[in-house]
Write a protein that binds this ligand. Sequence first.
Ligand code: KG4
Ligand code: ZN
Length: 356
Amino acid sequence: MNWSERCEPALKRFMSGENELILGIESSCDETAAAVLSGGRKVLSMAVHTQIPVHRLYGGVVPEIASRSHTERIGAVVDEALKSAGVGLNDIGAIAVTCTPGLIGALLVGVSYAKGLAYAANIPLVGVNHIAGHIAANYLTYPDLEPPFVCLVASGGHSHIVRVVDYNRFELIGRTRDDAAGEAFDKAARALGLLYPGGPEIEKLAKCGNPNAFRFHAPFNEGESNDFSFSGIKTAVVNLLHNAEQKGEVLNKADVAASFQRAVADTLTMKSVRAALREKSSVLALAGGVSANSVLRTRLQTECDRNGIRFCRPDMRFCTDNAAMIACQGYYMLRSGEVSGLDLNPSAAEFLSEGR
Ligand code: KG4
Ligand code: ZN
């Protein structure tokens, strides 16, 4: 009997609801994470080991260091998730693992580990798109939320407006033309002399700054397109700081941070609310690491309220990379009959497909 035949009883138990315990594994960037869910939406445990303190020394993620750290930690992180859920590997009904997009060496660690566990335990495996996982973080937060809806995905590597047609069907209706929103936060933070990752640092500094002190705008964002651009806003910050330094002027960095944050939040809000209205969507969801930003959350809530749209955003613990969102998305994939084989390969740059 080969592995996929040996998995059949477990797959049947999963599909019938007899054993819906799913283990999620995430290792696409700088967080090694595992989680156990019961069904698609009940989180029994979450374990995360963040590598941020190490990458901080270099001002950003160093891929080789990330892969090595995932290799060192993944066993302990998975054990911790199983232990705090009060289960063993033999109790798990299926495994979901991030297989794209991300750092290839980092993805490889999670995918290989997940394959090993699935093979040993004779349980089905499913490879999950990380961006789809971020979107699924909203299902964990709102038990009643179902597709279709429009979702703004703003993470470190991607900024998209996505039509979520069904749990496993996505259509891109807007995207960044250059930097992702999180990337712009990280680069602006670096120019301001702040630590990596820049988003939370800018948010902290901006709290005592004036968001109207400077006007950073990118003309492209004022057009009718659903696409956005953040490189211009980031460059405006860099130039402002550079010119001031050359002239020996001292700028109020909190004002710069607050004005930058406002420009990004305004652009994301305006474009995504307009896209939701155009799509006649009654729901606008937010996803990705930048969804942790309180100014963006508040702006979107206000604009959605004004336009009669329900605004959804993940609980804070599901905003940045975690494995509960991967397990949740994996659950819906398995439910619709998507199962991966042991030939599952990670891929560094695969976006949500147009269509399926
Ligand atoms: O989704 P994520 O954890 O990893 C990727 O899939 O890329 O997103 C990380 C990004 C980083 O660029 C980080 O600066 C940004 O999310 N981020 C934030 C905040 N927290 C994290 N950006 C703005 N405000 C925050 N509070
Ligand atoms: Zn992410």
